[in-house]
Design a protein around this ligand. Structure first.
Ligand SMILES: Nc1ncnc2c1ncn2[C@@H]1O[C@H](COP(=O)(O)OP(=O)(O)O)[C@@H](O)[C@H]1O
Ligand SMILES: [Mg+2]
Length: 148
């Protein structure tokens, strides 16, 4: 990356799980060009995959006519990723805690937990068009903990 100029990319994808791969390739390409630490690729990709899987499954209900909009922006040593869907939206505070004893054996319900674990900041907003807009941010340098 030259100086402090941002690296930015926007992608618009149909709601198919296969498209997670497309989004992942773009993220890794940007990351490598920005010189991000190798060991943050896994946490970034995991958070991205979970956010897109939720947009496709819960937001757009796998209707390929509904779109997932992605925005990547790398500047000043950090990356922000926005994932927008065209669903009904939801209340993140009502999502059960996967680390609660009663939920430990459940195979589902861990996506948002991983997003929060691997990114410094995760915010859920109502997208202008009505769906969910997930904003995630973390530093590009490696950190001692998994937490950006
Ligand atoms: N983009 C979204 N649109 C609507 N609901 C969502 C979205 N993302 C998450 N949710 C809700 O939050 C719950 C928890 O998501 P997550 O932690 O990824 O677990 P899982 O996807 O395995 O259910 C989902 O079951 C769903 O009810
Ligand atoms: Mg999920």
């Amino acid at each position: 990356m030259t100086g402090n100029s941002p690296l930015q990319a926007n992608l618009i994808l149909a709601s198919r799980f296969e498209n997670i791969e497309v989004a992942e390739h773009t993220l890794l390409d940007l990351c490598r060009r920005a010189g991000c630490a190798d060991d943050i690729e896994y946490p970034l990709v995991t958070a991205l995959r979970e956010a897109i899987a939720n947009a496709v499954r819960h937001g757009n209900r796998q209707d390929p006519a509904r779109l997932v909009r992605l925005e990547y922006r790398i500047s000043n040593g950090s990356i922000t990723i926005r994932v927008d869907d065209e669903g009904e939206g939801f209340d993140p505070s009502a999502v059960p805690d996967p680390t609660a004893e009663a939920n430990l054996l459940r195979p589902s319900g861990r996506g948002i937990f991983y997003m929060r674990r691997f990114m410094r900041r995760v915010e859920f907003e109502r997208a202008a068009a009505g769906g969910t807009s997930v904003l995630m941010e973390r530093d590009l340098k490696s950190s001692d903990s998994d937490h950006g």
